[in-house]
Design a protein. Structure first.
Length: 422
């Protein structure tokens, strides 16, 4: 964070904002904090004591000395808590326990179709989280938050899926409440494309403010990072590029019906499901997105041609998105991205040809680096940024200070109504 960047939430240069500076600095001294914030040394010391009392900041020894006693370097204590993260996919799931720096401490994958419904899937996830925690000797009360991704649209404020097409039984289901009897922590839910975008942005592109993450699997979606933050739109539907209509490449072809009820959607023409169907029509054995990739890697000409053509169709929509958003990077992930050369070649061909030169001057189009792990890392990142936001840190510190002054906080509103005992 540059000097003068006042965080948008929390007290200006309160303890939460101070923690942000320390996290961004990667080795910061009290003098650095004083010169960045303009605060008095005594105020800085007070803020640091509050952060240290919460275990969020530690001293990591002296920096290189210019003579005299070396100043202590301050670092974020990534071990101050743990996060539970789940990427619940259409057919399989990946779960992880991470520290507050996003480092995976324990991880597990399993076959768990989302279509079994919320109770069986979330019971399973709850059970596996317990097993992961016990496996590394950690307790439930060390958990600071839970981040979950699901393969469908989500109302982010409530964590409830909204009309998810491939998630029968999940519409409106209160996912966060399912975990509230065991953990007294925030639970955030988002769709899988947004968490993949977050994971990729955090891991590789954190210095880039404007990024699009395109997931090309059975369906097609896009996570939009602008100004360094994921953009969900008014109703959580931003980036749903799979249902943008694209002009038919072959004028004589029949209009293709999409699962959404419209015709000619990008997903219905260029998604992994659509490609598998077209390969089957040509007599090949392709039951889904992953077999399209296998056939492409084996050099099957029909599959190679189809993936390249899909790349061009996706490129049509991305070319328009590039003109709209002017991203610096487009990251391509999802199952079909394993056929990366053919898919990327098709996308690049159209985007660089069709977008405005100014918008593509610095544009890079790259494959996902995290691949299968982008979602679970992103689910953890979503939660880490939430619990370490300046406002959340200030509130946690204010709550603790108040409870030290007033004694134990009331357990429930009902107890609060009782007269205080002398
Ligand atoms: Zn559609």
């Amino acid at each position: 964070m540059a000097a003068g960047d006042v965080p948008r939430s929390g007290t200006p240069f309160g303890p939460g904002a101070m923690l942000q500076l320390i996290r961004a600095g990667g080795g910061t001294t009290r003098a650095d904090l004083a010169s960045t914030t303009g605060l008095a040394r005594s105020t800085i010391t007070q803020r640091l004591e509050q952060l240290q009392a919460h275990g969020l900041v530690r001293e990591v020894g002296g920096s290189e000395s210019t003579g005299g006693r070396p100043p202590m370097l301050l670092a974020f204590n990534e071990g101050a808590g743990i996060i539970l993260a789940a990427d619940l996919g259409a057919t399989h799931a990946r779960l992880a326990v991470t520290d507050l720096g996003g480092t995976v401490l324990a991880e597990e994958t399993g076959e768990m179709p989302i279509a079994r419904g919320p109770e069986p899937v979330l019971d399973w996830a709850d059970d596996r989280f317990q097993s992961l925690l016990r496996g590394i000797g950690r307790d439930d009360d060390e958990v600071r938050g839970i981040g979950i991704g699901v393969p469908g649209p989500v109302e982010h404020a409530t964590g409830r899926p909204r009309n998810p097409p491939i998630m029968p039984g999940w519409d409106g289901y209160p996912i966060p409440e399912r975990f509230s009897d065991r953990y007294d922590v925030p639970v955030l839910v988002d769709n899988d494309v947004n968490i993949m975008a977050l994971g990729e942005h955090w891991t590789r592109w954190s210095r880039i403010d404007h990024l699009l993450f395109v997931k090309v699997a059975t369906g097609i979606g896009c996570g939009v990072v602008m100004g360094g933050e994921i953009q969900r739109g008014a109703d959580g539907a931003a980036g749903d590029i799979g249902h943008i209509r694209i002009p038919a490449i072959d004028e004589d072809s029949e209009p293709v019906l999409c699962s959404c009820g419209n015709v000619g959607c990008l997903e219905a023409l260029a998604g992994g499901g659509a490609m598998a169907a077209r390969l089957r029509a040509e007599g090949l054995d392709a039951d889904g997105a992953r077999s399209v990739v296998e056939l492409t890697r084996a050099g099957e000409p029909a599959a190679v041609r189809l993936v390249r053509e899909s790349g061009r169709m996706i490129g049509e929509v991305l070319a328009a998105s590039v003109n709209l958003f002017n991203p610096s990077v487009i990251v391509v992930g999802g199952d079909i991205a394993y056929a990366r050369e053919q898919l990327l070649a098709g996308i690049r061909e159209v985007v660089y040809q069709r977008s405005l030169p100014l918008a593509t001057r610095h544009l890079r189009i790259v494959p996902s680096e995290l691949a299968d792990r982008a979602g679970v890392i992103g689910a953890a990142v979503m939660m880490i940024e939430h619990v370490l936001s300046p406002a959340a840190v200030d509130a946690a510190i204010a709550g603790k200070d108040r409870s030290e002054l007033e004694g134990p906080a009331p357990v429930s509103p009902a107890m609060d109504a009782e007269p205080a005992s002398p």
